[in-house]
Design a protein around this ligand. Structure first.
Ligand code: BG6
Length: 472
Protein backbone atom coordinates (compact mmCIF):
# COMPACT_ATOMS: atom_id res chain seq x y z
CA UNK A 1 0.00 0.00 0.00
CA UNK A 2 1.16 3.55 -0.72
CA UNK A 3 1.67 5.38 2.50
CA UNK A 4 1.72 9.13 2.54
CA UNK A 5 5.15 10.66 3.13
CA UNK A 6 5.81 14.37 3.43
CA UNK A 7 7.97 15.40 0.50
CA UNK A 8 8.48 19.11 0.96
CA UNK A 9 10.61 20.67 3.69
CA UNK A 10 8.72 22.49 6.44
CA UNK A 11 9.19 24.20 9.79
CA UNK A 12 7.12 23.26 12.79
CA UNK A 13 7.27 25.58 15.77
CA UNK A 14 5.82 24.37 19.03
CA UNK A 15 4.89 27.27 21.27
CA UNK A 16 4.85 26.10 24.86
CA UNK A 17 7.55 23.55 24.21
CA UNK A 18 8.21 22.98 27.93
CA UNK A 19 4.58 22.20 28.73
CA UNK A 20 2.74 18.96 29.42
CA UNK A 21 0.83 18.75 26.15
CA UNK A 22 4.07 19.00 24.17
CA UNK A 23 5.81 16.36 26.24
CA UNK A 24 2.92 13.95 26.56
CA UNK A 25 1.41 14.14 23.11
CA UNK A 26 3.24 16.21 20.51
CA UNK A 27 6.83 15.00 20.87
CA UNK A 28 5.80 11.32 20.93
CA UNK A 29 3.55 12.02 17.93
CA UNK A 30 6.59 13.37 16.07
CA UNK A 31 8.53 10.24 16.92
CA UNK A 32 5.71 8.05 15.59
CA UNK A 33 5.85 9.97 12.30
CA UNK A 34 9.61 9.45 12.16
CA UNK A 35 9.11 5.80 13.00
CA UNK A 36 6.87 5.42 9.97
CA UNK A 37 9.40 7.27 7.87
CA UNK A 38 6.95 10.04 7.04
CA UNK A 39 9.35 13.00 7.21
CA UNK A 40 11.30 14.51 4.31
CA UNK A 41 15.06 14.97 4.43
CA UNK A 42 14.85 18.62 5.41
CA UNK A 43 12.60 19.90 8.13
CA UNK A 44 12.94 21.76 11.40
CA UNK A 45 11.17 21.36 14.69
CA UNK A 46 11.54 24.50 16.78
CA UNK A 47 10.65 24.56 20.46
CA UNK A 48 9.60 28.03 21.63
CA UNK A 49 9.27 28.64 25.38
CA UNK A 50 10.04 31.31 27.93
CA UNK A 51 12.85 29.65 29.84
CA UNK A 52 16.35 30.31 28.63
CA UNK A 53 18.14 27.11 27.80
CA UNK A 54 20.71 25.78 25.38
CA UNK A 55 19.67 23.87 22.29
CA UNK A 56 21.34 20.71 23.69
CA UNK A 57 19.31 20.92 26.91
CA UNK A 58 16.10 21.15 24.98
CA UNK A 59 17.08 18.30 22.69
CA UNK A 60 17.61 16.18 25.78
CA UNK A 61 14.20 17.17 27.17
CA UNK A 62 12.68 16.34 23.80
CA UNK A 63 14.15 12.86 23.59
CA UNK A 64 13.60 12.12 27.31
CA UNK A 65 9.91 12.89 27.02
CA UNK A 66 9.64 10.65 23.98
CA UNK A 67 11.34 7.82 25.86
CA UNK A 68 8.90 8.34 28.72
CA UNK A 69 5.67 8.86 26.84
CA UNK A 70 5.92 7.02 23.54
CA UNK A 71 3.82 3.87 23.65
CA UNK A 72 6.06 1.45 21.88
CA UNK A 73 9.66 0.42 21.46
CA UNK A 74 12.19 3.17 20.91
CA UNK A 75 14.88 2.89 18.28
CA UNK A 76 17.72 4.95 19.79
CA UNK A 77 19.35 5.63 16.45
CA UNK A 78 16.14 6.92 14.94
CA UNK A 79 15.42 9.07 17.97
CA UNK A 80 18.89 10.59 17.74
CA UNK A 81 18.34 11.35 14.07
CA UNK A 82 15.01 13.00 14.78
CA UNK A 83 16.52 15.05 17.60
CA UNK A 84 19.06 16.51 15.18
CA UNK A 85 16.16 18.36 13.54
CA UNK A 86 15.23 20.01 16.83
CA UNK A 87 16.01 23.66 17.58
CA UNK A 88 15.17 25.87 20.52
CA UNK A 89 14.26 29.53 20.85
CA UNK A 90 13.58 31.20 24.16
CA UNK A 91 11.28 34.19 24.10
CA UNK A 92 8.28 35.76 25.78
CA UNK A 93 4.87 35.29 24.20
CA UNK A 94 3.81 38.89 24.63
CA UNK A 95 6.97 40.64 23.40
CA UNK A 96 7.01 41.63 19.76
CA UNK A 97 10.79 42.19 19.99
CA UNK A 98 11.23 38.50 20.81
CA UNK A 99 9.09 37.52 17.82
CA UNK A 100 11.23 39.67 15.56
CA UNK A 101 14.32 37.88 16.83
CA UNK A 102 12.56 34.56 16.40
CA UNK A 103 11.74 35.43 12.78
CA UNK A 104 15.40 36.20 12.16
CA UNK A 105 16.28 32.91 13.82
CA UNK A 106 13.96 31.07 11.41
CA UNK A 107 15.33 32.93 8.42
CA UNK A 108 18.80 31.71 9.35
CA UNK A 109 17.61 28.12 9.56
CA UNK A 110 16.45 28.13 6.00
CA UNK A 111 16.43 30.51 3.06
CA UNK A 112 13.90 28.54 1.04
CA UNK A 113 10.21 29.36 1.14
CA UNK A 114 8.38 26.59 2.92
CA UNK A 115 5.29 25.84 4.96
CA UNK A 116 5.53 27.01 8.52
CA UNK A 117 3.32 25.39 11.10
CA UNK A 118 2.80 27.18 14.41
CA UNK A 119 1.44 24.75 16.98
CA UNK A 120 -0.05 26.40 20.05
CA UNK A 121 0.68 24.08 22.91
CA UNK A 122 0.02 26.84 25.43
CA UNK A 123 -2.87 27.67 27.78
CA UNK A 124 -5.66 29.57 25.99
CA UNK A 125 -4.96 32.86 27.76
CA UNK A 126 -1.70 33.08 25.80
CA UNK A 127 -3.35 32.49 22.38
CA UNK A 128 -3.96 36.14 21.57
CA UNK A 129 -0.43 37.31 22.34
CA UNK A 130 1.11 34.74 20.04
CA UNK A 131 -1.45 35.33 17.30
CA UNK A 132 -0.91 39.08 17.24
CA UNK A 133 2.87 38.79 17.40
CA UNK A 134 2.95 36.21 14.62
CA UNK A 135 0.56 38.36 12.61
CA UNK A 136 2.55 41.54 13.15
CA UNK A 137 5.78 39.87 12.08
CA UNK A 138 4.49 38.21 8.91
CA UNK A 139 7.25 37.95 6.36
CA UNK A 140 4.80 38.68 3.55
CA UNK A 141 1.04 38.84 3.00
CA UNK A 142 1.01 35.42 1.37
CA UNK A 143 3.37 33.72 3.78
CA UNK A 144 2.40 30.04 4.18
CA UNK A 145 1.82 30.07 7.92
CA UNK A 146 -0.57 27.49 9.39
CA UNK A 147 -1.84 28.10 12.89
CA UNK A 148 -2.82 25.08 14.99
CA UNK A 149 -4.98 25.80 18.03
CA UNK A 150 -6.20 23.04 20.28
CA UNK A 151 -9.42 23.00 22.27
CA UNK A 152 -10.71 24.65 24.47
CA UNK A 153 -11.61 27.52 22.14
CA UNK A 154 -12.98 30.05 24.58
CA UNK A 155 -15.18 29.21 27.54
CA UNK A 156 -18.56 30.25 26.15
CA UNK A 157 -20.11 31.66 22.97
CA UNK A 158 -18.98 35.17 23.70
CA UNK A 159 -15.33 34.39 24.38
CA UNK A 160 -15.13 31.98 21.42
CA UNK A 161 -16.57 34.64 19.13
CA UNK A 162 -14.16 37.17 20.54
CA UNK A 163 -11.21 34.80 19.95
CA UNK A 164 -12.22 34.13 16.34
CA UNK A 165 -12.71 37.82 15.60
CA UNK A 166 -9.26 38.40 16.98
CA UNK A 167 -7.69 35.62 14.91
CA UNK A 168 -9.47 36.90 11.79
CA UNK A 169 -7.78 40.29 12.19
CA UNK A 170 -4.48 38.62 11.36
CA UNK A 171 -5.21 35.36 9.55
CA UNK A 172 -7.70 33.98 7.07
CA UNK A 173 -9.72 31.07 8.46
CA UNK A 174 -8.18 28.78 5.83
CA UNK A 175 -4.82 29.06 7.61
CA UNK A 176 -6.27 28.14 10.99
CA UNK A 177 -6.46 24.52 12.08
CA UNK A 178 -8.76 24.17 15.09
CA UNK A 179 -7.90 20.86 16.64
CA UNK A 180 -10.12 18.52 18.63
CA UNK A 181 -8.07 15.38 19.16
CA UNK A 182 -11.20 13.18 18.87
CA UNK A 183 -11.20 13.95 15.15
CA UNK A 184 -7.75 12.40 14.97
CA UNK A 185 -9.12 9.09 16.20
CA UNK A 186 -9.20 6.55 13.43
CA UNK A 187 -12.54 5.23 14.66
CA UNK A 188 -14.18 8.67 14.76
CA UNK A 189 -12.97 9.37 11.24
CA UNK A 190 -14.47 6.06 10.17
CA UNK A 191 -18.05 7.10 10.99
CA UNK A 192 -18.49 9.25 7.90
CA UNK A 193 -16.65 6.75 5.67
CA UNK A 194 -18.88 4.01 6.93
CA UNK A 195 -21.99 5.99 6.07
CA UNK A 196 -20.60 7.16 2.77
CA UNK A 197 -19.67 3.74 1.50
CA UNK A 198 -22.49 1.58 2.85
CA UNK A 199 -25.81 2.82 1.60
CA UNK A 200 -27.87 0.34 3.61
CA UNK A 201 -26.25 1.53 6.84
CA UNK A 202 -26.85 5.13 6.03
CA UNK A 203 -30.51 4.42 5.27
CA UNK A 204 -30.88 2.81 8.68
CA UNK A 205 -29.38 5.87 10.31
CA UNK A 206 -31.96 8.32 8.96
CA UNK A 207 -34.11 10.16 11.51
CA UNK A 208 -37.45 8.49 10.60
CA UNK A 209 -35.93 5.04 11.22
CA UNK A 210 -34.25 5.86 14.52
CA UNK A 211 -35.91 5.51 17.94
CA UNK A 212 -33.05 7.15 19.85
CA UNK A 213 -29.31 7.69 19.77
CA UNK A 214 -27.03 7.15 22.75
CA UNK A 215 -23.46 8.36 23.02
CA UNK A 216 -21.40 7.17 25.97
CA UNK A 217 -17.88 8.29 26.89
CA UNK A 218 -16.84 6.68 30.14
CA UNK A 219 -13.45 7.30 31.70
CA UNK A 220 -11.74 5.36 34.46
CA UNK A 221 -9.35 8.13 35.36
CA UNK A 222 -10.31 10.97 37.65
CA UNK A 223 -9.31 14.58 37.29
CA UNK A 224 -5.56 13.63 37.38
CA UNK A 225 -3.24 16.62 37.72
CA UNK A 226 -5.49 19.02 35.81
CA UNK A 227 -7.62 20.27 38.71
CA UNK A 228 -6.76 23.92 38.02
CA UNK A 229 -8.37 23.68 34.61
CA UNK A 230 -11.02 21.04 35.16
CA UNK A 231 -12.58 22.46 38.31
CA UNK A 232 -13.33 25.73 36.56
CA UNK A 233 -14.97 24.07 33.56
CA UNK A 234 -16.56 20.71 34.49
CA UNK A 235 -17.30 17.77 32.28
CA UNK A 236 -19.98 19.41 30.08
CA UNK A 237 -17.55 21.98 28.73
CA UNK A 238 -14.60 19.58 28.84
CA UNK A 239 -16.13 16.58 27.05
CA UNK A 240 -19.57 17.37 25.65
CA UNK A 241 -19.03 20.79 24.08
CA UNK A 242 -16.56 19.55 21.51
CA UNK A 243 -15.72 15.83 21.53
CA UNK A 244 -19.20 14.39 21.95
CA UNK A 245 -21.12 16.94 19.91
CA UNK A 246 -18.67 16.31 17.09
CA UNK A 247 -19.42 12.59 17.27
CA UNK A 248 -23.13 13.39 17.31
CA UNK A 249 -22.69 15.51 14.19
CA UNK A 250 -20.90 12.71 12.33
CA UNK A 251 -23.73 10.32 13.11
CA UNK A 252 -26.63 12.62 12.19
CA UNK A 253 -25.39 15.06 9.52
CA UNK A 254 -26.11 14.71 5.83
CA UNK A 255 -23.13 13.08 4.22
CA UNK A 256 -21.40 15.33 1.75
CA UNK A 257 -20.56 13.86 -1.63
CA UNK A 258 -16.89 14.80 -1.38
CA UNK A 259 -14.37 14.85 1.42
CA UNK A 260 -13.83 18.50 0.79
CA UNK A 261 -13.37 20.43 4.07
CA UNK A 262 -15.90 23.14 3.24
CA UNK A 263 -18.57 20.59 2.42
CA UNK A 264 -17.97 18.67 5.64
CA UNK A 265 -17.98 21.86 7.72
CA UNK A 266 -21.18 23.04 6.04
CA UNK A 267 -23.10 19.83 6.76
CA UNK A 268 -21.77 19.57 10.29
CA UNK A 269 -22.74 23.16 10.96
CA UNK A 270 -26.23 22.45 9.62
CA UNK A 271 -26.86 19.85 12.26
CA UNK A 272 -24.98 21.52 15.12
CA UNK A 273 -26.86 24.77 14.64
CA UNK A 274 -30.14 22.85 14.96
CA UNK A 275 -29.30 21.14 18.28
CA UNK A 276 -31.70 21.86 21.08
CA UNK A 277 -31.61 21.46 24.85
CA UNK A 278 -35.01 21.95 26.45
CA UNK A 279 -34.32 23.59 29.80
CA UNK A 280 -35.89 21.15 32.24
CA UNK A 281 -34.60 18.91 35.01
CA UNK A 282 -36.03 16.05 32.98
CA UNK A 283 -33.29 16.53 30.41
CA UNK A 284 -30.17 16.56 32.53
CA UNK A 285 -28.42 14.71 35.36
CA UNK A 286 -25.10 15.86 36.73
CA UNK A 287 -22.88 14.00 39.16
CA UNK A 288 -19.61 14.20 41.07
CA UNK A 289 -17.53 11.20 42.09
CA UNK A 290 -17.28 10.64 45.82
CA UNK A 291 -13.58 11.24 46.24
CA UNK A 292 -13.48 14.32 43.98
CA UNK A 293 -13.31 16.86 46.79
CA UNK A 294 -10.51 14.87 48.41
CA UNK A 295 -8.33 15.26 45.33
CA UNK A 296 -5.38 17.60 45.76
CA UNK A 297 -6.29 21.27 45.15
CA UNK A 298 -10.03 20.68 44.64
CA UNK A 299 -11.96 23.31 46.64
CA UNK A 300 -13.88 21.69 49.47
CA UNK A 301 -17.14 23.26 48.32
CA UNK A 302 -16.65 22.47 44.62
CA UNK A 303 -19.90 21.95 42.72
CA UNK A 304 -18.14 21.02 39.51
CA UNK A 305 -19.75 18.13 37.66
CA UNK A 306 -17.54 15.15 36.82
CA UNK A 307 -20.47 13.32 35.20
CA UNK A 308 -23.27 14.48 32.95
CA UNK A 309 -26.14 12.80 31.16
CA UNK A 310 -28.26 14.83 28.75
CA UNK A 311 -31.26 14.52 26.50
CA UNK A 312 -31.02 16.66 23.40
CA UNK A 313 -33.06 17.04 20.23
CA UNK A 314 -32.33 18.14 16.70
CA UNK A 315 -34.69 20.82 15.47
CA UNK A 316 -35.13 19.45 11.99
CA UNK A 317 -38.03 17.76 10.34
CA UNK A 318 -36.13 14.53 9.75
CA UNK A 319 -35.06 14.21 13.41
CA UNK A 320 -38.30 15.44 14.94
CA UNK A 321 -38.75 14.09 18.48
CA UNK A 322 -35.85 11.61 18.23
CA UNK A 323 -34.07 11.87 21.59
CA UNK A 324 -30.30 12.01 21.62
CA UNK A 325 -28.85 10.84 24.92
CA UNK A 326 -25.29 11.73 25.82
CA UNK A 327 -23.48 10.67 28.96
CA UNK A 328 -19.91 11.02 30.08
CA UNK A 329 -18.02 10.95 33.32
CA UNK A 330 -14.75 10.49 35.11
CA UNK A 331 -13.83 7.79 37.69
CA UNK A 332 -16.32 5.36 36.21
CA UNK A 333 -15.98 1.58 36.05
CA UNK A 334 -14.20 1.52 32.70
CA UNK A 335 -12.78 3.46 29.76
CA UNK A 336 -15.29 2.95 26.99
CA UNK A 337 -16.60 5.17 24.19
CA UNK A 338 -19.49 3.97 22.08
CA UNK A 339 -22.51 4.99 20.09
CA UNK A 340 -25.77 3.07 20.10
CA UNK A 341 -28.38 3.77 17.43
CA UNK A 342 -31.62 2.16 18.44
CA UNK A 343 -33.93 1.52 15.52
CA UNK A 344 -37.70 1.73 15.47
CA UNK A 345 -39.72 -1.48 15.65
CA UNK A 346 -42.77 -2.44 13.64
CA UNK A 347 -46.03 -1.51 15.34
CA UNK A 348 -46.92 -5.21 15.38
CA UNK A 349 -43.75 -6.41 17.12
CA UNK A 350 -44.30 -7.59 20.72
CA UNK A 351 -43.33 -5.06 23.36
CA UNK A 352 -40.83 -7.35 25.02
CA UNK A 353 -38.93 -8.01 21.80
CA UNK A 354 -35.57 -6.21 21.71
CA UNK A 355 -35.16 -3.50 19.05
CA UNK A 356 -32.41 -3.68 16.44
CA UNK A 357 -29.36 -1.73 17.45
CA UNK A 358 -26.41 -0.48 15.51
CA UNK A 359 -23.48 -0.25 17.87
CA UNK A 360 -20.31 1.60 17.00
CA UNK A 361 -17.52 1.16 19.53
CA UNK A 362 -14.81 3.78 19.29
CA UNK A 363 -12.54 2.98 22.22
CA UNK A 364 -10.80 0.82 23.37
CA UNK A 365 -12.10 -1.55 20.68
CA UNK A 366 -12.91 -0.13 17.27
CA UNK A 367 -15.81 -2.20 16.04
CA UNK A 368 -19.31 -2.16 14.66
CA UNK A 369 -22.12 -4.49 15.43
CA UNK A 370 -25.66 -4.77 14.10
CA UNK A 371 -27.81 -6.63 16.55
CA UNK A 372 -30.32 -8.63 14.56
CA UNK A 373 -33.03 -10.84 15.96
CA UNK A 374 -33.42 -14.34 14.67
CA UNK A 375 -35.68 -17.12 15.79
CA UNK A 376 -33.44 -17.99 18.70
CA UNK A 377 -32.15 -14.68 19.96
CA UNK A 378 -29.75 -11.95 19.00
CA UNK A 379 -26.80 -12.25 16.65
CA UNK A 380 -23.72 -10.93 18.34
CA UNK A 381 -20.85 -10.89 15.89
CA UNK A 382 -19.02 -7.55 15.72
CA UNK A 383 -16.87 -6.44 12.80
CA UNK A 384 -13.75 -4.35 12.93
CA UNK A 385 -14.53 -0.73 12.30
CA UNK A 386 -11.16 0.51 11.17
CA UNK A 387 -8.74 -1.16 8.89
CA UNK A 388 -5.00 -1.05 8.86
CA UNK A 389 -5.28 0.01 5.22
CA UNK A 390 -5.92 3.60 6.26
CA UNK A 391 -3.64 6.59 5.97
CA UNK A 392 -2.91 6.32 9.70
CA UNK A 393 -1.48 2.85 9.72
CA UNK A 394 1.59 1.02 8.60
CA UNK A 395 1.17 -2.67 9.30
CA UNK A 396 -0.43 -3.05 12.70
CA UNK A 397 0.81 0.25 14.01
CA UNK A 398 -1.54 3.23 13.63
CA UNK A 399 -0.55 6.80 14.27
CA UNK A 400 -1.85 8.43 17.46
CA UNK A 401 -4.36 11.29 17.12
CA UNK A 402 -1.92 14.19 17.23
CA UNK A 403 0.37 12.60 14.65
CA UNK A 404 -2.44 11.93 12.22
CA UNK A 405 -3.71 15.47 12.57
CA UNK A 406 -0.23 16.97 12.17
CA UNK A 407 0.08 15.04 8.95
CA UNK A 408 -3.17 16.66 7.83
CA UNK A 409 -1.82 20.12 8.65
CA UNK A 410 1.31 19.50 6.62
CA UNK A 411 -0.88 18.31 3.73
CA UNK A 412 -3.09 21.38 4.08
CA UNK A 413 -6.20 19.29 4.74
CA UNK A 414 -8.73 20.94 7.01
CA UNK A 415 -11.56 18.41 6.88
CA UNK A 416 -10.60 16.87 10.23
CA UNK A 417 -10.46 20.23 11.96
CA UNK A 418 -13.28 22.46 13.14
CA UNK A 419 -14.69 25.61 11.64
CA UNK A 420 -15.28 28.83 13.59
CA UNK A 421 -19.01 28.53 12.96
CA UNK A 422 -19.46 25.02 14.24
CA UNK A 423 -17.60 25.86 17.44
CA UNK A 424 -19.91 28.82 18.01
CA UNK A 425 -22.88 26.47 17.51
CA UNK A 426 -21.60 23.96 20.03
CA UNK A 427 -20.96 26.74 22.53
CA UNK A 428 -24.49 28.04 22.02
CA UNK A 429 -26.02 24.78 23.17
CA UNK A 430 -23.42 24.34 25.92
CA UNK A 431 -24.27 27.80 27.23
CA UNK A 432 -27.97 26.87 27.27
CA UNK A 433 -27.17 23.82 29.38
CA UNK A 434 -24.83 25.64 31.77
CA UNK A 435 -27.25 28.54 32.18
CA UNK A 436 -30.02 26.12 33.05
CA UNK A 437 -27.82 24.42 35.68
CA UNK A 438 -27.18 27.81 37.26
CA UNK A 439 -30.78 28.99 37.06
CA UNK A 440 -32.24 25.77 38.44
CA UNK A 441 -29.40 25.62 41.03
CA UNK A 442 -28.76 21.99 40.11
CA UNK A 443 -26.28 20.24 42.37
CA UNK A 444 -24.21 17.28 41.20
CA UNK A 445 -25.31 13.98 42.66
CA UNK A 446 -22.66 11.88 44.34
CA UNK A 447 -21.65 8.62 42.71
CA UNK A 448 -19.27 5.95 43.88
CA UNK A 449 -15.76 5.87 42.41
CA UNK A 450 -15.59 3.05 39.90
CA UNK A 451 -19.38 2.87 39.50
CA UNK A 452 -21.51 3.51 36.41
CA UNK A 453 -22.43 7.01 37.55
CA UNK A 454 -25.55 8.31 39.33
CA UNK A 455 -28.55 6.00 39.26
CA UNK A 456 -30.82 8.87 38.21
CA UNK A 457 -29.34 8.86 34.69
CA UNK A 458 -31.88 6.11 34.01
CA UNK A 459 -34.76 8.56 34.46
CA UNK A 460 -33.70 10.38 31.32
CA UNK A 461 -34.22 7.44 29.03
CA UNK A 462 -37.14 5.92 30.95
CA UNK A 463 -39.38 8.90 30.26
CA UNK A 464 -39.85 7.83 26.65
CA UNK A 465 -39.78 4.14 27.47
CA UNK A 466 -36.11 3.58 26.55
CA UNK A 467 -33.10 2.41 28.51
CA UNK A 468 -29.39 2.99 28.28
CA UNK A 469 -27.77 0.18 26.42
CA UNK A 470 -24.67 -0.81 28.38
CA UNK A 471 -21.97 -2.81 26.70
CA UNK A 472 -20.05 -5.01 29.10
C1 BG6 B 1 -9.64 15.83 26.87
C2 BG6 B 1 -10.27 16.23 28.17
O1 BG6 B 1 -9.98 16.75 25.86
O2 BG6 B 1 -10.10 14.53 26.51
C3 BG6 B 1 -9.92 15.23 29.25
O3 BG6 B 1 -9.80 17.52 28.53
C4 BG6 B 1 -10.33 13.83 28.83
O4 BG6 B 1 -10.54 15.56 30.48
C5 BG6 B 1 -9.76 13.51 27.45
O5 BG6 B 1 -9.82 12.91 29.78
C6 BG6 B 1 -10.30 12.18 26.94
O6 BG6 B 1 -9.61 11.84 25.77
P1 BG6 B 1 -9.41 10.33 25.31
O7 BG6 B 1 -8.69 10.41 24.03
O8 BG6 B 1 -8.63 9.66 26.41
O9 BG6 B 1 -10.78 9.73 25.21
Amino acid sequence: MNIFRIKKPFILTIFGASGDLAKLKIFPALYSLAEQNRFPKNFHIVGYARTEKKRGEFQKEFSDSIKKNYKGKIDEKLLKKLTEHVQYFSGKYDKIADFKKYRTFLAKLTKAKQAHIAYFSVPPFVFKDIISNLGETKTSENEDLRIVLEKPFGEDTKSARDLFHFVARYFHEDCVYLLDHYLGKNAVQSILHLRHSNRFLNLMMKGPEVANIQITAAEEVGVTNRVGYFDTVGTIKDMVQSHLLQILAFVTMSIPITENADAIHREKQNILSALKFIPSEKNIVIGQYESYKKEKDVPKDSKTETFAALRLFIDRESWYKVPIYIRTGKKLHEKHNYIVIELKKFGFQPKEEEPNRLIIELQPKEQINIRLLNKYGITEKAKTLTTTESIACVGDYCLPEHALLLLDVVRGRRANFLSFQEIISTWRITDNIINFIKKAKLKPQKYKDGSEGPESQNQLTKMQGFKWFDIH
